[in-house]
Design a binder for this molecule. Sequence first.
Ligand code: AHM
Ligand code: MG
Length: 343
Amino acid sequence: MKTLVEFVWEQQENLNYATGEFSRLLNDIGIAAKIVNRDINRAGLSSVLGFEGSVNVQGESQKKLDVIANNEFIKALRSGKQCAAIISEENEDVVLFDDETTRNAKYIVAIDPLDGSSNIEVNVPIGTIFAIYKRKSVGTTITREDILQAGDDLVCGGYVIYGSSTMLVYTTGNGVNGFTYDPTCGLFILSHENMKFAEDGGIYSINEANYIYFPAGVKKYIKFCQEDDPATNRPYTTRYIGSLVADFHRNLIRGGIYIYPGTLKNPLGKLRLMYECVPMAFIAEQAGGMASDGFQRILDMHPKDIHQRCPLFIGSKNMVEKAEKMMHEHSHDYVKIYAAEKN
Ligand code: AHM
Ligand code: MG
């Protein structure tokens, strides 16, 4: 039986940068996740359901639990002292820690503290998504280059799923491992070693109610998924929870694709590049899958803004490749609008 803390230490030693700072940082995220897990589990009993009455930078109403989770992660990362700044879905500006020790910390964390929060009231799995970057400018004031790093510079991507059991899944570029939370002893325990996407999955996850607005390539791909072709196991099956973490996690275990495309109305889609698409893309690639905006690898993208949105096609390699091909062949209507918005 191996705990998350033991595993991270071991990995760090193998990677030859055994200063302990990264281990402590990941451990701090694990601690906050346990507290958030407790709050979510008791949500119906503790008057934390419902809206906070405030609106976040995306113009979305903040749920009380969005705010609670955000505060818990910020508190844990601040007191852990390994993180110099946080980019959070719930904060318009970068949260800078400016005491002596934390200012010199080596890491920056981008986080969606409570993903899928529209599902809180209905006991459907929700999650936390996090990305860890190493600072470029240790010892000085945080720079724009520290904050707006390309996906390929990520040192760790991970998520916590608060589901029928709670799990923390992460990668540092050396495969993907999952840890199940054992509430009886308060520990995350290694349960899913070296997680891999099936090359050909059988599940597609997309909010089809937006069909009318989808680029032609996405419409074609959906029709492809629905065709009768026993040789390729089609028609596939459709599953959509509406929590990226939960949809991704199921597809990682069963094989499938999750799509949140841009549309003619919203060319950049809904999801945020830095704390949703990039960390999930890193996990997907490390698990043998793929992540694309429909045309380009997510991890090749350079953010211009911390809250930038980005279309996402993610999951089993052959499925994402097929969807990308259809985007190239059929989405001439959308591609120009997308390119203009992206730049
Ligand atoms: P959130 O971070 O505000 O919760 O929004 C992201 C969520 C994803 O988890 C989920 O896949 C998607 O929004 C669902 O959106 P929709 O309801 O448009 O299908
Ligand atoms: Mg989210």
